[in-house]
Design a binder for this molecule. Structure first.
Ligand code: SIN
Length: 328
């Protein structure tokens, strides 16, 4: 690694990793309370690492929205364009990390690493996992930069996950709160801090920077679930509202039953939506396997993407960003 480009820029967005509660045993807490500088100061092992902290947002990631993604994209773009910056680390909430990671993966076309990390316990918890995750993320970022690896990954609980596949898989566990939806980890960080297993990273998304910062409001894409008794009433309501609201519905992602099946009542309403130019994609409400493309499919299958990731993918599709990810 070039000595000039050793800096790791750490971008804070909030989340439980920056959360505080009343005491070490208090399960209740408020996310997004500590600054990213405070998070870094809480990891003494990083004291000698050249880092620069930037606070992009301070939110519970359940409230993630387009304006925060735009700000984040701008900070990443500016950081990665600097000769003295080797890599970017992002502290994030766990709840929408998979959407941000997927979005950045699709839009990033640079030759440096971008590492997301988070925590399942607040910074004040007796079980706080944030300091270890932040430490690991910075070490992985440095290591990847030294190897010339680029792209978006997430580091949680000692595991490196590919950014296009990572998703939250448990609501409160610490050690297996994330997985790759069937994709293997890219590597692990051992208890001594060694990075093992990662011999390379998959190529970053090649769409290039779609100019997220300059883009207007994103195409409206909603997620619907197919379930017992799904009768399509919500689709009807969306079509009516879309005409009134002036932010036209562009697409619908269905979190389908099983391998991409949809209740007949909902199907009828979706056919009507399709006739009005709404794009329909199918993902699954089942945690593993996704929806693979099969001969005779009427509506596209979202592959291994979660419904939330498929929503991001469909927004990009409606914007004309080329897609390389909907492969089985
Ligand atoms: C959040 O997503 O910001 C809150 C939950 C978490 O980080 O675990």
């Amino acid at each position: 690694m070039d000595v000039k480009s050793r800096l790791v820029v750490v971008l804070g967005t909030g989340g439980t990793i920056a959360g505080t509660g009343a005491g070490p045993d208090d399960v209740g807490y408020q996310a997004a309370q500590l600054s990213v500088e405070q998070l870094l100061r809480a990891v003494p092992a990083l004291a000698g690492v050249p880092m620069e902290a930037q606070q992009v947002a301070q939110i519970d990631s359940k409230d993630m929205d387009w304006s925060v993604w735009q700000a984040l994209a701008q900070h990443i773009r500016e950081a990665l364009a600097r000769d003295d910056v080797a890599a970017v680390v992002i502290t994030h909430g766990t709840d929408t990390l998979e959407e941000t990671a997927y979005l950045l993966h699709r839009l990033l076309d640079v030759h440096k690493p971008v590492v997301l990390t988070a925590a399942m316990r607040a910074a004040t918890s007796a079980q706080a996992d944030g300091p270890r995750n932040l430490h690991d993320a910075v070490r992985v970022a440095e290591h990847a930069a030294s190897q010339g690896w680029a792209g978006v990954v997430a580091v949680m609980a000692g595991v490196i996950w590919p950014g296009h596949a990572v998703r939250k898989s448990h609501t409160w566990h610490i050690d297996d709160a994330f997985d790759g939806g069937g994709e293997a980890p890219l590597g692990h960080i051992t208890d001594s801090g060694a990075i093992v297993g990662a011999v390379s990273w998959p190529p970053p998304g090649r769409a290039g920077w779609f100019c997220l910062e300059a883009a207007g409001p994103p195409p409206r894409v909603e997620i619907l679930t197919s379930h017992a008794g799904a009768d399509g009433l919500l689709v009807e309501a969306l079509l009516t509202q879309s005409q009134l609201a002036g932010h036209a519905l562009g697409g619908l992602v269905v979190a389908c039953t099983g391998h991409g099946t949809i209740h007949q009542g909902l199907t009828r309403a979706l056919e009507k939506a399709e006739q009005q130019g709404i794009k329909i994609w199918r993902s699954s409400r089942v945690a593993r396997g996704g929806v693979l493309t099969r001969a005779g499919d009427h509506w596209p299958a979202a592959g291994a993407l979660t419904a939330a990731q498929a929503r991001v993918a469909l927004m990009l599709d409606l914007w004309g960003v080329p897609c390389g990810e909907m492969k089985d």
